[in-house]
Design a protein around this ligand. Structure first.
Ligand SMILES: C[S@@+](CC[C@H](N)C(=O)[O-])C[C@H]1O[C@@H](n2cnc3c(N)ncnc32)[C@H](O)[C@@H]1O
Length: 236
C-alpha cells in the first residue's frame, strides 16, 4: 500500500481537498446543500472516477432540476456519479435510472485494459452489487434504479420515455463511434430545455471530445450550460 493510501493520510488528504473545494462552492452557490455533497464525497473518498469539482458540478446540475426530475445516466460503474446526482435531486418522485452493463464491456481499447485490471483486483465480474451497496450505505436507494444493459439496447427498450427526461448524463463507452451513437440514441430522451452532460470532454478520451465537437457544430445542442474540468453540460 502506498503512503497516500494509509487510512490516516487518506483521511487528511480528503479533508484538505474537499474543504478547499467546498470553500469555493459554498461561496458560489450558498443555496445548495453542500453538507449532503460532503456526506457523499466522504463515502466515495477512495474512488478516483471524478474530481471534487466534477462531482460538485453533477450535484449542482441535479440540484437545479425541478422537483420530481427524471434522470438517466449511461455508465455508472460503482455508482459514485450516480449518487452525487441522486443526492442533489428533490421530491419523492425524482429518480435516476443507471444504465450500465456493469461488466466494463467497452469498445474503447484503453478502457478495456483498465476494466480488466480493476475486475481482477476486485475479484468480481460485475460492479452491480457494489453499486447497490453504495446506494444502500448512503440511504439513497429509493432514488435510483440500475438497468443492466448495453446502452443502445436500453435506449431501444426505453423508447416510450423519449422527451420525458430532464437530465441525461453520458459516461459510458469512450470510443468515438460509441459516443456518437450514445448522443444519437439518448438526445431524443431529453425534453425541451432539459440537460445533456458528458464526462471526459477534453480528457485523454479523444474520441469523446471529437464526438461532442462534431455534435456542437451540427447544432445538436441549444446552448452550453457550463463546464467543470472534463464535464460539459448542454441545454437541448
Ligand atoms: C468510466 S465508467 C463510469 C464512471 C461513473 N460515471 C462515475 O463517475 O463514477 C464507464 C462505465 O460505462 C460502462 N459501459 C461501457 N460501455 C458501455 C455500454 N456500451 N453500455 C453500457 N455500459 C457501458 C462500463 O461498464 C463502466 O461501468
Amino acid at each position: 500500500m502506498s503512503f497516500k493510501q494509509w487510512p490516516l493520510v487518506r483521511d487528511l488528504r480528503f479533508a484538505q481537498k474537499c474543504g478547499r473545494f467546498l470553500h469555493g462552492a459554498r461561496k458560489r452557490r450558498p443555496d445548495l446543500d453542500w453538507d449532503e455533497y460532503r456526506r457523499i464525497a466522504r463515502h466515495f473518498k477512495a474512488d478516483d472516477m471524478g474530481s471534487f469539482a466534477e462531482r460538485g458540478y453533477l450535484f449542482q446540475l441535479a440540484s437545479d432540476l425541478p422537483a420530481g426530475a427524471q434522470v438517466i445516466e449511461v455508465g455508472s460503474w460503482m455508482g459514485a456519479s450516480t449518487c452525487f446526482i441522486a443526492g442533489g435531486l428533490k421530491g419523492t418522485a425524482a429518480r435516476i435510472l443507471a444504465v450500465d452493463n456493469f461488466a466494463g464491456q467497452s469498445t474503447c481499447g484503453e478502457d478495456s485494459a483498465w476494466y480488466d485490471r480493476h475486475f481482477r483486483q476486485l475479484g468480481v465480474k460485475s460492479t452491480l452489487e457494489i453499486f447497490r451497496a453504495n446506494f444502500a450505505a448512503l440511504g439513497l436507494g429509493a432514488r435510483a434504479e440500475p438497468l443492466v444493459s448495453d446502452s443502445l439496447a436500453a435506449a431501444r427498450q426505453l423508447a416510450d420515455r423519449r422527451g420525458a427526461i430532464d437530465f441525461v448524463f453520458i459516461d459510458g463507452d469512450h470510443s468515438y463511434a460509441a459516443c456518437k451513437a450514445d448522443i444519437a440514441a439518448w438526445a431524443p430522451f431529453v425534453g425541451r430545455g432539459g440537460i445533456m452532460a458528458f464526462h471526459d470532454f477534453g480528457s485523454r478520451a479523444t474520441g469523446v471530445t471529437q464526438a461532442i465537437f462534431e455534435e456542437i457544430k451540427l447544432g445538436r445542442f441549444a446552448e452550453i450550460v457550463g463546464v467543470a474540468e472534463t464535464i460539459i453540460a448542454f441545454r437541448l
